[in-house]
Ligand binder design. Sequence first.
Ligand SMILES: [Zn+2]
Length: 130
Amino acid sequence: MSWKDTTLYSILNTKCPRCHTGDMFPKGTLYNFRKFAAMHEKCSCCGQAFEPEPGYYYGAMFVSYAFSTAIFIAVWIGLSFFVEEVTLTMMIIALIISVVALLPINFRLSRSIWINIFIRYKGPCQHQEV
Ligand SMILES: [Zn+2]
């Protein structure tokens, strides 16, 4: 089993959960403010739908909450490392900057994790549309 066969590979690279080949999101749009949420309809390789049903990613919100909590903790620890006394204003400003800066990553990783929970890897793509 190689790194490409792991679920983590699919999640971190936002690859199709079924074949780990097709991209879930168009390339080069991560930090394009208008396009970061744009998603391919289906896998270009195996044809797996990336939004199998309307509202499919509702639950990805919970994954996103977990990320936001992690960001919160990281910012808090980071600030108290560099600043002697962390004020509420400082904390809020640092949080807003981090959350906004990481929003596209948070959004995509949440969706990637979510779809990987439900769709299992079926091996490398054989270029068969299903
Ligand atoms: Zn695929």
